[in-house]
Design a protein around this ligand. Structure first.
Ligand SMILES: NC(=O)c1ccc[n+]([C@@H]2O[C@H](COP(=O)([O-])OP(=O)(O)OC[C@H]3O[C@@H](n4cnc5c(N)ncnc54)[C@H](O)[C@@H]3O)[C@@H](O)[C@H]2O)c1
Length: 367
């Protein structure tokens, strides 16, 4: 029997609604309250921060948000990656309920990538989603994790395995937070900036080469330029491919091998250190497969070294586990490990066609 089928389209064209602005400057926290007030008519706000950042900046930001004339509370989570867990999510969500946080309230992520990822995730699921803004305080969070709306937590089985895509309402990047950042965390952020130079902006790469002294001294105007250019590249890629179906994957340059190295080292390598070695690996594979010339390869290695980041796998590491970790990466498609390679500085492409023999050789040479 023929059945009539009615078709109703649920039209969720939400690109415009999800658009937001990134504010970058020094000592701009005094503008946070005002701008936020213009954007949200909220009944209350909760700052989520970590146990290291809270004593440094928690009260200062709370005071600035006082301009909103609404209750502002602070919830502190322990500093470190171990807080990116479902336990933290449950614990914070229950505290939000006790603070009477409703769908008219908003959250503020004040901290590095851990705080940003956890807060964004909670905002996306608490009462079926409430707004949040990002105030990133590490260089990595300022140039990478606070922009793009990837949120989530880790499982014992691996990093970032539970999460959502949920964009913040605004991102406030205050470069003055960088003054208190450790050298290791500063280098972590630089690794991502070097990545942007390699995949998206040859002139950014050249700036990193020519101004390394000032950048290492955290010169404010140079940092403003680096952070702004990095955010522009990330925002441009996210605009075209919010959910990482295609283009956004180029942001994983150095990450396929880097994530595997990070895991194989039992996380003794920091993310930036692992990505630095991963970028050398990806450049080496690009050169080996005749996509990249030798001079560009050498420039990449020299730049990474210049910023005190490693270019070789630390001696004594168990490299036998690396291929196994690469095979379980989220970016594996139909059993194939996809690599981001480059044809030249500023010209990346994604390919599944890297013979496993070449990968193994490169891992051995990096050791
Ligand atoms: N969502 C994304 O798109 C995305 C992208 C990249 C990385 N990430 C995630 O980000 C996390 C790493 O972020 P991270 O490197 O910022 O780590 P983090 O949040 O752990 O911060 C590193 C350390 O710096 C401290 N800190 C923060 N701000 C400080 C400041 N101004 N001065 C002094 N110390 C400060 C923190 O307390 C912490 O101890 C990882 O979980 C990673 O998976 C997410």
């Amino acid at each position: 029997m023929h059945r009539n089928v009615d078709l109703i389209k649920v039209n969720l064209e939400k690109t415009y609604k999800d658009s937001y602005e990134i504010f970058i400057g020094e000592d701009i926290m005094d503008r946070v309250g005002l701008i936020t007030k213009l954007k949200n008519h909220a009944d209350r706000c909760v700052i989520i921060t970590d146990s290291y950042v809270n004593p440094l900046y928690g009260e200062m930001v709370r005071e600035r948000l006082g301009e909103l004339a609404i209750p502002v509370d602070i919830i502190e989570i322990s500093a470190g990656e171990s807080s990116k867990s479902l336990n933290t999510v449950l614990d914070v969500a229950r505290q939000l309920v006790r603070l009477n946080v409703s769908r008219k309230s908003f959250l503020v992520a004040l901290g590095g990538g851990v705080v940003g990822d956890v807060t964004g995730f909670i905002a996306s699921i608490y009462m079926r989603s409430i707004p949040y803004v990002q105030i990133p305080t590490t260089l990595l969070a300022q140039v990478d994790s606070s922009v793009g709306g990837k949120t989530g937590v880790d499982l014992p089985e691996g990093k970032n395995l539970v999460g959502t895509f949920y964009q913040p309402r605004a991102v406030y990047i205050d470069l003055s937070f960088l003054k208190t950042l450790s050298d290791r965390d500063f280098a972590n952020g630089l690794a991502e900036i070097i990545k942007y130079g390699i995949i998206g902006d040859r002139s950014l790469f050249e700036l990193l080469e020519s101004e390394s002294q000032g950048i290492k001294e955290r010169n404010p105007s140079l940092m403003k330029s680096l952070v702004g250019r990095s955010c522009k590249i990330k925002a441009g890629i996210v605009e075209m491919d919010e959910k990482e179906f295609g283009l956004r994957r180029v942001l994983n340059f150095g990450h396929t091998l880097g994530h595997a190295l990070e895991a194989a080292s039992g996380y003794s390598l920091s993310h930036g250190e692992a990505i630095a070695i991963g970028m050398v690996g990806a450049a080496k594979i690009s050169h080996r497969l005749n996509h990249l010339d030798g001079e560009s390869y050498t420039r990449i290695v020299d730049l990474i070294k210049e910023y005190g980041l490693p270019t070789r796998i630390p001696t004594g590491s168990d490299t036998s586990q690396i291929p196994g970790f690469m095979a379980t990466d989220k970016k594996v498609v139909a059993g194939q490990v996809h690599f981001v390679l480059i044809k030249k500085i500023g010209d990346p492409f994604v390919t599944p066609e890297v013979p496993s023999g070449v990968v193994e050789e490169v891992i051995e040479e990096l050791g």
